[in-house]
Design a binder for this molecule. Structure first.
Ligand code: R5P
Length: 317
């Protein structure tokens, strides 16, 4: 592998532990002002330093990320449809490789929609993007979505991931599912797990832990960080699992501590005012011993999945 390509991948997936924490803020490319991401600059600023890389569109990178930042950028270069349009799978490449270079992208990212109406177009586009990006030593991250009528399970996610890898994607992003080991084992390139819709913090940490345990190199998490009541605490908790091998209990304890929610420490905590706020209803669920993700594992992570004309990668506003 070319030195430049390997070097850029190493900025995203840390070589010392083969782990990655990506912060996803690219949702607006088809959702517009996503809930709690209405002002990307304000959202990104306090949490940027805790991620290994930022998944971003060029518009948000230019307007809402300081050019002085040394955080690697994973630049989304696909788009063309919106949440109110006919078919979200109708995407094309919208950002040139020269623009990605100008923006100093450490990787470019695009979606493929396997089993959807525009499957052919998006898969061919992935192959072409790999051709272009490899000329300049830029890795390609493929975001996998599967058609609406297909289950978001190991069978179809492994198919989508393998298709992406066969086209030359250097990193593949997909969703967590039961038997995720199968998805990882049949994909010859690193897999990163998307966070999906907002769930209680402990559940999102469990998802992170399960993903790593099943062999993913990390997570590319968006809504479960910046839609959290405490994004700074949440990203550090996720980071503790990915980079410090924290257990879910340890990570959630860290989340509570950092967010001022740890009642044992609230008297000594200068953030005591925050701890006196009414509890988040999600907290109650978080104390359950079982992993809710596992119970829900046969259900689609994303409510949009149920909508007949929307691909399963679709985040909900
Ligand atoms: C969707 O537009 C993007 O691919 C997101 O980067 C991806 O869905 C990860 O974000 P989240 O954790 O919110 O699902």
């Amino acid at each position: 592998m070319d030195w430049g390509l390997q070097n850029r991948i190493s900025r995203i997936i840390k070589p010392h532990n083969n782990r990655a924490l990506m912060l996803a803020v690219d949702h607006g490319y088809f959702l517009g002002p996503t809930e709690k991401l209405e002002n990307p600059k304000k959202v990104i600023a306090p949490i940027l330093k805790y991620c290994d890389s930022l998944m971003v569109t060029r518009g948000v990178q230019r307007t809402s990320v300081s050019a002085a930042s040394d955080t690697p950028m994973v630049l989304r270069v696909s788009g063309g449809s919106s949440i109110i349009g006919d078919d979200l799978s109708q995407e094309d490449i919208t950002v040139s490789i020269e623009e990605a270079i100008r923006l100093n992208a450490s990787a470019v990212a695009m979606s493929i929609f396997v089993g959807s109406k525009y499957e052919y177009q998006t898969i061919v586009n992935l192959g072409k993007l790999v051709n272009q990006a490899e000329k300049y030593g830029i890795p390609v991250l493929a975001v996998t979505a599967v058609g609406k009528e297909l289950g978001k399970d190991a069978r179809y996610l492994s198919l989508a991931c393998r298709v992406a890898a066969e086209q030359g994607a250097h990193i593949v992003k997909t969703y967590y599912c039961d038997n995720f080991e199968k998805v990882v084992q049949s994909c010859p390139v690193p897999i990163i797990v998307a966070g999906g819709k907002k769930i209680p913090e402990r559940d999102a940490l469990q998802l992170t832990y399960n993903s790593i345990k099943a062999g993913a190199v990390g997570v590319d998490m968006g809504r479960n960080i910046w839609q959290s009541e405490h994004p700074v605490a949440m990203i550090q908790a996720a980071r503790s699992i990915i980079h410090n091998n924290a257990s879910v209990d340890q990570a959630y304890a860290l989340y509570k501590k950092l967010s001022g929610k740890d009642s044992n420490k609230s008297k000594k905590n200068p953030n005591q005012k925050k701890s006196n706020k009414p509890n988040n209803p999600n907290q109650k669920k978080s104390n359950k011993p079982n992993n809710p993700n596992q119970k829900k594992s046969n259900k689609p992570n994303n409510p949009n999945q149920k909508k007949s004309n929307k691909p399963q990668d679709t985040p909900k506003k």
